[in-house]
Design a protein around this ligand. Sequence first.
Ligand code: SIN
Length: 344
Amino acid sequence: MVAAWITALPRSPRVLRRTALGALLGAASGLARAAKPAVLLRFSHVVAPDTPKGQMALRFQALVHERAEGRIRVEVFPDSQLWGDDDEMEALRLGAVEMLAPSLSKFGNAGVPEFEVFDLPYLFADLAQVRRVTQGAVGRGLLQRLGRQQMLGLGFLDNGFKQMSATRALRTPADFKGLRVRVQASRVLAAQMRALGARPVVLPFGETQRALASGVVDAAENPLSNYLTQGLAPWQPHVTLTQHGYLGYAVVSNPRFWASLAPADRALLGSALTDALAHGNRLSAALDKQALATLRRTPGVMLHQSGAAERAVLRRAVQPAWDGLRRSLGPKLLDEVQDALAAG
Ligand code: SIN
């Protein structure tokens, strides 16, 4: 749900002038207004349309177009077509795009290290637990912290739980030894791979498929919808269902853009986003299940179910990632997250 304070932001004097001028011009030419929307919102993301994030963005676009009657146009750019991981947040700050939904793992490197708490391996047992954190006080506090980096946090979206892929099954720490594993730019994820004896290689999502295909990296961790839609099966035929970590997103906008909107447009965008996020969050588990069923039928893909005992061994092995986060952030946030989980 998009917080009420976000839809109640004040408007800047420049925007008031622009709106007054717009009203005059609009009255003079209804036709011109119909041809050219008053607001253009570019929504850039790095994954395929057929993923929870891709579907959420398309639902947001459809809802805005349906409700705004031509006043607001949303353009969605999937697959890093407009901006990739390395430049999308800077583009947002500079006003070269109005909305993004980076994975939570990417905010640490952008100056909000608290988001790396979501990367802790085996922190969450299921999506219901994730939501106790994202949809409660802890989640609200985290979204507000994005303001420190000139981003307006609007809401959370799930993808799901990550599984390991490689050219062999990855069941025990011994299987990880020496592998170069692509990770997102997160200290916790790098520490997790080092703790397993692997070498973390930070790469933007848009370069991952090529890096796996050319052998620059040997393995990757992804929710199944990303593994499937990136077509990783030919190079990563072994998928071990480790379920070891969560991957989700925060939808962010540029605070200046948001403040520049007329209150009615801001409210419209806020409620369309709330509905689109609910849609995406309903879809995430279903798309994960669907991807699993597709992979079971895909020739050449070998699925390995990690057992409870194997998971317990991996879980013990990745403790250094937890210790590192506690050292770098202090205990407070982790305690709050664990309290939220316990309260459920
Ligand atoms: C995404 O789902 O947006 C990409 C995650 C990744 O970089 O692995």
